[in-house]
Design a protein around this ligand. Sequence first.
Ligand SMILES: [Zn+2]
Length: 132
Amino acid sequence: MSASSLVADAVWKEIESTGSVSDDQLSILHFLFGKNFERATRIVDQRGVKRVSGQPSGRSVFQVVGESRRKEEYLCFAEQFCACYSFFYDIVNRGEQLCCKHQLAARLAASLGACIEVQVSDEELALLLSKL
Ligand SMILES: [Zn+2]
């Protein structure tokens, strides 16, 4: 794991434990993620992050809106995976970014309690994930 992803992890854990973001934490995240972090905060501000939880298992996945005019939604696991193009191109192939703006938006919204919570059955969740 790179030093910057360790720093990012520590900052996220702090934010998750307090449920709020300080100015210092904002500057660190901005330093680490740059433009992607600005985009992520815009997505969170427009309430673009849904957490879809399957019942009764409680397993969940995020659905995050993109910024294009088509307002597509991307299925996303905050720490491991996003279904968007940038995730495959910038992160998996080129290793240039730690994560995409959707993952950042999901993590930020979850830490701040700013997700729209959607509950579905486990069958519906499985169906959603099968489209990945
Ligand atoms: Zn993404």
